[in-house]
Design a protein around this ligand. Sequence first.
Ligand SMILES: Cc1cc2nc3c(=O)[nH]c(=O)nc-3n(C[C@H](O)[C@H](O)[C@H](O)COP(=O)(O)OP(=O)(O)OC[C@H]3O[C@@H](n4cnc5c(N)ncnc54)[C@H](O)[C@@H]3O)c2cc1C
Length: 303
Amino acid sequence: MRDLIFWLSAKKAFTQPIARTGMRLGFARRFIAGETLEDGLRVAQELNAKGLRIMLNRLGEYVTDRREAEAAYEGYREMLEELTRRKIDGSISIKPTQLGLSFAPDLCCDLALRLAREAARLNNFVEMDMEASDSTQATVELFEAVRRQQENVGLAIQSYLYRSAKDLERLKPLRPKIRLVKGAYREPPALAFPSKRQVDENYRRLMRVLFSDGFWPAVATHDEKMIDLAKQMARQQGGGGDRWEFQMILGVRRDLQEQLVREGYRMRVYIPFGTEWLPYFMRRLGERPANLWFVAKSLLKGG
Ligand SMILES: Cc1cc2nc3c(=O)[nH]c(=O)nc-3n(C[C@H](O)[C@H](O)[C@H](O)COP(=O)(O)OP(=O)(O)OC[C@H]3O[C@@H](n4cnc5c(N)ncnc54)[C@H](O)[C@@H]3O)c2cc1C
């Protein structure tokens, strides 16, 4: 089913009706705050009021033009300013290919560094998403280059990739904040564990490394087994210091997000917004094919 969704996501006849009607009918708003920064900030304030921290992401990826990369930088800079101005407890998360990683790595590095400096001036933080495997190596190198100069940056690492244990080993001397995710892209068995059992097993293994080797762990999952394990590791190993946190995505397991806050844990919600929401939305459908039904129902009712 997951493969079918990825296949469908490349078919315009399927994606265009979704893109046209998604925001109008509201089903896209379960996972996406809206199309404007104002939408993202409004949802951020609502979540802050419930005790949840946030990180904002302006949707968009794989830009191919200098001006687009610079516009993305400008968008994030404005976001950092607005978070401060409105006293929102939240940071930002960027996609490296949105800042030009795939066609101009030097430009991307310059823009990411400038964002990290701007965030530091505002006492804020920049996380980097990890995208598909064609940009993993370049992203790790980008992260290292920026992290050597700025402490206020973190990186996502995917447990489905075989290479991730080595990447953590490489990044260990920097003691960075690492957001541990399972991985959301379709990757070949030559690069990624093919079964969920193996991905989960590697998630446990990498989580152990984060808690015991001086990283700043961000446990980004909705999987209750992993959440229980993180609580246990934080208790037993005393690892992660008092800075470790859980992270979840907007619209997924809202009950659990609020429950963890009530239990006294730090919980950060990833809030995406923007007009280019379809690829992100399709990845969320792919993670849980049952989500397809609520889209289909909305299309039948309102489309
Ligand atoms: C804060 C955050 C940031 C992320 N950043 C990245 C990144 O930079 N790069 C990357 O590749 N991936 C990223 N991801 C996505 C991640 O890789 C997984 O695809 C996603 O989180 C689903 O995996 P899971 O850990 O929740 O576990 P799963 O085993 O997939 O799911 C566990 C349970 O969570 C619920 N659930 C999970 N996904 C959904 C959904 N879409 N809709 C409804 N219920 C769902 C279901 O109840 C499911 O049974 C991020 C995830 C989070 C939470």
